[in-house]
Structures are given as C-alpha cells and as structure tokens.
Design a protein around this ligand. Sequence first.
Ligand SMILES: C[S@@+](CC[C@H](N)C(=O)[O-])C[C@H]1O[C@@H](n2cnc3c(N)ncnc32)[C@H](O)[C@@H]1O
Length: 174
Amino acid sequence: MVENVRGDFAEIGVWRGEASRKLIRLSSSQGKKIHLFDSFSGMDEPGSFDSGFHPKGRFDTGGLAGFRSIMKSHGFSDNEYFAYDGFIPTCFEKVPNNVRFSFVIIDVDYYVPTRDTLNWIWPLISRGGILVLDDFKPMNDMECSKAINEFLRERNDYYRLDFLNFQLFLRKEV
Ligand SMILES: C[S@@+](CC[C@H](N)C(=O)[O-])C[C@H]1O[C@@H](n2cnc3c(N)ncnc32)[C@H](O)[C@@H]1O
C-alpha cells in the first residue's frame, strides 16, 4: 500500500482512538511513526456551513490525559504514538518541520477544520502517499463534504483510488 512511500502516518480527529489503534499497528509494521491530532475536548462550535448536528464538546475524551488513559486501557503506551492536542490548526504547531506523511486519515466532520487540515497537510504528504477522507457525501455540499469538494476542484495532483462507505481514498500523484 504505502510501504515504499516515505513518511509517517497521521489521523486527524481520533476521538477514543478506535481507528488509531489499528493505524498504530500498521505504521509500526512499516517502521513508521504515527501522529494523532484532536482537541481531545470534542467538537468546536459549528460554523455557517455545518448542520450543528454535533454540538460543541461532543466527542470530549477528557483532554489528552483522558485519551492516553483510554489508549492504556487497550494496551497502548504513550511512547507508541505522538499526540497533539488543541483545536485545528493550533494542534499542528508543535509538529517538527521535517515531518512528512505517507498515510493520513481526516475525520473531523465539520467544514472549517477539514478545510484547514487539508491546506496544512496536503503539501506534507509524499508523492504516492494516501489520504483518506471520512464522511464524504459528494452531493451534500455542507460540512466536511464542502471542504472536500473544494479541494477536489482546486487540485489536480491526485488520483481517486476508491470511494467506499463514504470514505474517499486519494493517492498523491507520483
Ligand atoms: C467522528 S470523531 C473521530 C472518530 C475517529 N476517527 C474514529 O474512527 O473513531 C471526530 C473527532 O474530531 C475532533 N474534532 C472535530 N473538530 C475539531 C477541531 N476543530 N479541532 C480539533 N479536533 C476536532 C473531535 O474532537 C472528535 O474526536
């Protein structure tokens, strides 16, 4: 899949780490690091392109400490992953400048954080790397789908690999 592509793994929007735990195993099997991003205090206020289906604070895990404790209860120690707390884009500020990615999942539901994440992370994904965009409903031009539709219109350096269960898989052009 991305074994031969340079760069770490990342998940943006991790909630209780269910997908993260699978990604930790996958990244370490490829000898790569993994970076996990979340407010860890749940959703921010919905914006004008969001339905408001998720009120502020939904998916709160009790801060980074709460998240780490959930991960420990599943057998994952702190040193198996890097975690960055804070709202997007503040949580991106502590990532070292030389970090590049080979596999990224974005799952933050709302328009502005999805747009800001795409703007930040796309240039950091290596050529041949894979980006997974969750909850994409192409005909519903709201929330994360609006940001994804804009991204797809504005860029041409990707291939569509698959679209399955509302998850869009893109590969960055080699
Ligand atoms: C649907 S949940 C993610 C589920 C997770 N990917 C999984 O597979 O279990 C969305 C997550 O995005 C986070 N999130 C949403 N908006 C955010 C923002 N503006 N900044 C940081 N985190 C945000 C929420 O805290 C929540 O944990």
